[in-house]
Design a protein around this ligand. Sequence first.
Ligand code: SAH
Ligand code: SF4
Ligand code: F3S
Length: 479
Amino acid sequence: MYNNNPTLENLGDKVIQEDKQGDVFYQEQMQGKEGGKKFYIESYGCQMNFSDSEIVASILNDIGYVPTKNMEESDLMLINTCSIREKAEDTVRRRLRIFDKVKENRPGTLIGILGCMAERLKTKLLDQEKLVDLVVGPDAYRDLPKLVATAEDGDKGINVILSREETYADISPMRLGSNGVSAFISIMRGCDNMCSFCVVPFTRGRERSRNAFSVVAEATELYQRGFREVTLLGQNVDSYKWENPETKEMVNFADLMIMVAKVSPDLRIRFSTSHPKDITDDVLYAIRDYDNICKYIHLPVQSGNSRVLKLMNRTYDREWYKSKIDRIYEIIPDCAISSDVITGFCTETEEEHQETLSILEYSNYSMSYMFFYSERPGTLAARKYEDDIPLDIKKRRLSEVIQLQNKISRAHNQGDIGKTFKVLIEGDSKKSDQDFKGRNSQNKMIIFPKKPGYQAGEYVQVKVNDATSATLFGDLIEA
Ligand code: SAH
Ligand code: SF4
Ligand code: F3S
């Protein structure tokens, strides 16, 4: 899942520090609460994890902890972790060394590990990371007040029980790193797909969908607070399914998107991630028919070869995926599609790798997240297949994939030169406070010079005059 948020790297193995507007939110949360205990939180991994950190913040706030961006003044340091690849876990362990140093100078400070690594390694983490006081899995955050109290008393607090029901539906997330314009809404948790390479079903448990009305209520509240874009999050949003207990009617993902789209025509809807096997024509029609549902689909292919896809247990083959791509462009001609790709999966041959390259061209992705295969303990692939592609070959294939995707992205973006897009202003561009940044419906970042009288959260028309593989540049067209 992953990637359409403006400020957070999707599957990054690194933490992304928030932009300036985020500081304002921190300060607002702190107001009138000086003197209370403070927590510091770092998040890694997917958007879901960043969204979970906002739930954690809200739960901690209820017991008197306020957020701080300065770990050295915190009483509780938390790291919300990712296990998706070995590198992600290595990053977390490196950060824990820094946490340990801070704790040496501030002995009363508690350290907590949250999220997927907590779930994967459980009590092992307490043995391996001596200074850790708390280990809390993704479904156990409601237990934090009790676990923190345990740790404050000098014991270790651990809860890694996965749930079949927990969706945190009633918790109003504290928008931690927010730019005040776009926010995440988790609509489901867990994953019932068993992609053979993937650790998520083990760290996040069974799939469950959140009450549709609570999703709409959260979107409405965000809109009223001035937010103009929500990203509906789940590992596999297209299998969203919730039964209205009163009417017994089933709400599917297309229905849910339309319910959220109706909150206001000025609220943009994004979503992530779609699994190719589950995205339906109804979802495509909803995207086509509602202007405020963004014309952008993240549809990870993983591999372009049918034999490898079968080993990966993705349940579609090359031809089926291509026909899905055709269908999307047929129903929504101006849709941008992006992807995730894994190179060097077990037994992948050079010819099979070539098929991954050719499916990138076929799909004409606007962008992709690209990785070399990293074996994860306990997964089906780890148990059944040998991780037999040497690292240098995995990496060489990855660099070929990246090079090709860059070329495709550049051409995709250059194709936008001369076009005018409706852009939601997110704030100042990273490089200059003389420029705004914002996105078009296709999720492309556009940088353009500021004009007086416009501000973040407003929609403007921007005519594109230049493009790189990652960014569009343009001018604001005044009405
Ligand atoms: N639920 C989403 C993806 C979740 S993980 C989906 O099905 O698309 C995000 C991405 O990480 C995956 O799409 C995959 O490309 C990559 N990934 C997952 N496990 C991996 C592994 N063991 N090695 C390398 N990349 C992996
Ligand atoms: Fe992992 Fe597959 Fe589930 Fe995505 S759909 S989270 S890749 S098991
Ligand atoms: Fe997300 Fe990483 Fe967990 S990608 S679900 S935080 S393993």
